[in-house]
Design a protein around this ligand. Structure first.
Ligand SMILES: [Zn+2]
Length: 182
């Protein structure tokens, strides 16, 4: 399991606005949210193709005029999804699988992207609480999977020399067999 915890302080911010907008952000990423009390919520997002479960827990505190936001993000391939997850992970992370470093690095990438977008969004909200700024929608793991798959398939397209027809590297300027310019 991958876990990441970060905190940010927003000066002179309104707790209720920050709380509502925090929920809006994670809901926009497809997380199912549950509230605990009036300043803590948790969210979960499950990608069945991968058996990938992503969880977030957000707590807001108001020390003085500031709002402190505490965010914990977890990602794991669930046991029930382990078989689908192993297959899905191969589709999602073909390059990482090839070098034998599948889970940690890609989870961290995904978590970093989500957290960065979350903080950026909250800074915008804290600066202009009266504007109804909509949260960004980041690609889901399924969409990342589709993108990775299409990049991989375009990279694996074969290129042949215009002159001798030999199979050559995609980005070759000259054929390494006959020397012909491509
Ligand atoms: Zn050639």
């Amino acid at each position: 399991m991958f876990e990441k915890r970060e905190q940010r302080v927003f000066a002179n911010a309104d707790l209720s606005v920050m709380y509502a907008k925090s929920m809006e952000f994670w809901r926009a990423q497809g997380f199912n949210l549950m509230e605990f009390g009036n300043s803590t919520f948790a969210g979960e997002h499950f990608t069945s193709k991968l058996g990938l479960k992503r969880k977030v827990q957000i707590q807001l505190l108001k020390p003085g005029e500031n709002v402190l936001v505490d965010a914990t993000f977890c990602a794991e391939i669930t046991e029930t999804g382990a078989v689908a997850g192993a297959i899905g992970a191969v589709l999602l992370f073909p390059v990482a699988v090839a070098v034998g470093a599948v889970s940690y690095f890609e989870y961290e990438n995904d978590a970093d992207n989500l957290m960065r977008a979350f903080w950026q969004y909250l800074y915008l909200i804290a600066a202009s609480p009266d504007k109804n700024i909509l949260p960004p929608v980041l690609p889901t793991p399924e969409q990342q999977m589709a993108t990775t798959a299409s990049i991989t398939s375009s990279q694996s397209q074969q290129v042949y020399c215009k002159h001798c027809g030999a199979k050559i590297e995609t980005d070759s300027k000259f054929c390494r067999y006959c020397g012909g310019k491509q």
